[in-house]
Ligand binder design. Structure first.
Ligand code: I6G
Length: 729
């Protein structure tokens, strides 16, 4: 996993800002579609590993370009989109959120503001509770007559998802309580302990299913399962910290109310304290922060609440946050350490990536000894446009540097302490030759990254290319992963992809040679040859992706495969494009007037989703002599298959916008919508000029009138079913 994360990071470091923006948009759409397929349609379209890889790539790009983080960023989604499988529950009392304090001064202001609001003198007594803020998922449990009747997630604070059946499977949540008010909504946090999280991920990974990035995602993903038996098998816990609707007050103070919840059978946090002064509040914050690493579950701050409930009532709410409570957040996970050296790693496309080797330091409970330094500009204190970062401070070997971890991605260097810089520290000189093969490493105009020009001569590039070639979305040969292919390369058995398909011929006689190698027995050797043979027949999209050409990711490869259908059509067009005038233009501006004389080039860039960067990469890479010879040799071993038909291929409604109105008699509205979407239609709730088809049942009103005015095709339910091939006849 660390390797994959690092690779995602390396890839992100190579993107320009424009490429990153475009890629983030693609990833948001792809992940949204995958979430919908998994959570709403219950029909995953991509493997969990591919899903995780997309998420990792997204996180890496966001970490590299925080300013490009989208408002609908997939990293903000805690595991699951609201699933249609869950009905909705409107909270009897809104589920609020908390305002944040980021330092002691904010907490001082919070207390002073309350005193002002209540007209209290500075010396008048005013007590608060202080307790850890659990990093989990808020849940509201409704009890009536002592019985648990519903459980709902926070949702948007007004309406949440009905997860009652799942909540009933959690040991910490009693289904029956005695001595409670007739109506009682208990609120708190569902979470997973570190130990349970690690064990769950181990089980998931052993079973080849999706692992979770952190305990919070694991808790959210486990609670929002359509099958409660899945939730039952997940080790979820619950701390009660608050309440919503109650038919009778629980107690006069916050502390006593929490004690009452505990008496009713709920777990409450043992670190909750009553504090009589601001100093006591801050001391409790320090105590909790100090013990954070030993708690065994994630917390992200301390919550202070005014203790007197009558005063809480007087203070009331701002729009969505109570005036009487605040969350004092812990600072980001940061640590200072010494930069011992800078190593340069060479990637598949020849990119030179600097890696900081650090004196090991603990950052948020994890020992860190490596961090990314992105590229040479980053080390020099410049951004890609030449502007200053870190106030222009460069990073030198020997410096004290600040390391931070954001979520799950590879650690980064945030800052450097110039006061501690050794006198003899020298500005870092980024290599201009490849440390692996000695070839020139050049940086092209507009590229943030310096690249080795050695191509296949460079062993580092060759190995990275091979690792990519056998990766899951490429050839995915069972028994031939990154480790094995690296070993074969080191021994000179596999220098380029075609060698994989000649392994048996060259080294497989009697299996003796392979059998004699470490880790291989007769059975595994035979299995490997069988798995390789199986992959001779392979889809065009996988082949194009497996070549590891810059900018040609899985999506672009699949778009190209879909457009060309065969390898011959693809390579013929690329060859013609490489010979056309557009291919030798230095940039997009110079290329424009040449397009009229470049039909093959225009065909490639005219494919939906394929831009100039892809066309340039295809034309230049596949016209390099050595590279091309290697590709041709590979193709000679393969039986390349056209892409499979899409479920929506041939659908009469693919790409159309459909509106359903009136009563449907043969299916529910939800079913009609799901069916239309499966066929590639977009279902909208309102009629506009963009609507292609209105399906109107009895009782259709203004939508039918508007559609008629706009001249939009209107079908009744039977006509619609006939159109999509589901008619009775
Ligand atoms: O999101 C929250 C976390 C912890 C809370 C909260 C809390 O108390 C320990 N308390 C309240 C009242 C709210 N949110 C709204």
């Amino acid at each position: 996993m660390a390797d994959e994360t690092e690779r995602a990071d390396d890839a992100a470091a190579k993107l320009t800002e424009a490429e990153a923006r475009e890629r983030l948009a693609d990833l948001a759409a792809a992940l949204e579609a995958a979430n919908r397929a998994y959570h709403q349609d219950d029909a995953p379209e991509i493997s969990d590993a591919d899903y995780d890889a997309l998420k990792r790539e997204n996180a890496a790009i966001e970490a590299r370009f925080p300013n490009l983080k989208r408002s609908d960023s997939p990293t903000e989604q805690v595991g699951a989109a609201p699933a249609e499988g869950f009905s909705k529950i409107t909270h009897a009392e809104g589920m609020l959120s908390l305002a944040n304090a980021f330092d002691d001064a904010d907490v001082t202001d919070f207390v002073a503001g309350i005193r002002r609001y209540l007209g209290l003198a500075p010396e008048a007594p005013l007590a608060f509770t202080a307790e850890p803020k659990i990093d989990g998922l808020s849940l509201s449990l409704r009890y009536e007559g002592g019985a648990l009747v519903s459980a709902a997630t926070r949702g948007d604070g007004v309406t949440g998802e009905n997860v009652t059946a799942n909540a009933r499977t959690i040991d910490d949540i009693p289904t029956q309580i005695t001595g409670a008010p007739d109506v009682l909504e208990v609120r708190g946090e569902v979470y997973m302990s570190h130990a349970d999280f690690a064990a769950l991920n181990e089980r998931q990974s052993a079973a080849g299913t999706k692992t979770f990035a952190n305990p919070r995602n694991a808790a959210a993903g486990s609670l929002r399962q359509l099958d409660p038996e899945v939730t039952r098998a997940r080790p979820l816990r619950f701390f009660a910290y608050s309440w919503g609707q109650v038919s009778a007050q629980l107690a006069p103070t916050q502390k006593q109310a929490i004690a009452r919840l505990e008496k009713l059978g709920f777990q409450t946090n043992p670190l909750t304290r009553r504090c009589e002064t601001l100093d006591e509040m801050l001391a409790q914050y320090a105590t909790i922060e100090e013990g954070r690493a030993t708690l065994g579950y994630d917390i992200d701050g301390v919550v202070y609440k005014l203790d007197d409930l009558a005063l809480q009532d007087r203070l009331g709410l701002r729009s969505t946050t109570p005036r009487w409570a605040i969350a004092h957040k812990f600072p980001a996970e940061l640590a200072w350490t010494r930069l011992e050296s800078i190593d340069i790693q060479v990637g598949r496309t020849g990119a030179l990536s600097p890696v900081a080797r650090l004196t090991p330091v603990t950052v948020g409970g994890v020992v860190v000894s490596n961090a990314t330094l992105h590229n040479e500009d980053y080390i020099a204190g410049r951004d890609a446009k030449g502007g200053e970062i870190r106030g222009g401070r460069d990073i030198r070997v020997g410096d004290w540097v600040q390391v931070y971890r954001a979520g799950d991605v590879i650690p980064k260097i945030a800052d450097v302490d110039l006061l501690k810089r050794p006198e003899d520290a020298q500005p870092y000189r980024f290599p201009t030759t490849c440390p692996e093969c000695g070839s020139d490493a050049v940086r092209e105009e507009g590229d943030a990254v310096r690249r080795c020009t050695g191509g296949l001569v460079c062993p580092a590039q060759a190995v990275e290319k091979l690792r990519h070639f056998v990766s899951r979305a490429a050839f995915d040969i069972e028994g031939l992963g990154a480790k094995q292919v690296e070993a074969f390369h080191a021994d000179g058995w596999v220098r380029e992809p075609a060698d994989i398909f000649e392994l048996k011929e060259k080294y497989g006689q009697g299996l003796q040679q392979l059998k004699n190698r470490e880790g291989w027995g007769e059975r595994s050797a035979q299995n490997l040859f069988d798995a390789i043979d199986e992959r001779r027949r392979i889809a065009l999209g996988r082949v194009i992706f497996a070549l590891g050409i810059r900018h040609v990711g899985e999506v672009a490869a699949s778009d190209l495969a879909r457009h060309f259908g065969t390898w011959a059509a693809f390579i013929d067009t690329v060859d013609r494009a490489a010979a056309e005038p557009a291919a030798s233009a230095p940039d997009a501006k110079a290329r424009r007037p040449l397009l009229a004389d470049s039909p093959a080039w225009s065909e490639i860039t005219g494919i939906d989703g394929i831009g100039e960067a892809v066309a340039v990469a295809l034309a230049t890479t596949l016209s390099q002599e050595a590279e091309r010879a290697s590709v041709d040799r590979l193709i000679g071993h393969l039986d390349i298959q056209p892409p499979p038909a899409r479920a929506t291929d041939g659908s009469p409604v693919a790409g159309k916008t459909v509106v359903f109105t009136g009563t449907l008699e043969k299916m529910t509205r939800a079913e009609a919508k799901a069916q239309a979407e499966r066929l590639g239609a977009k279902v909208s709730g309102s009629v506009s000029a963009k609507t292609d088809i209105l399906v109107a049942g009895p009782g259709a009103g203004s939508k039918a009138t508007k559609a008629a005015e706009l001249g939009i095709e209107t079908l009744d339910e039977d006509e619609w079913l006939a159109l999509i091939g589901r008619g009775d006849g």
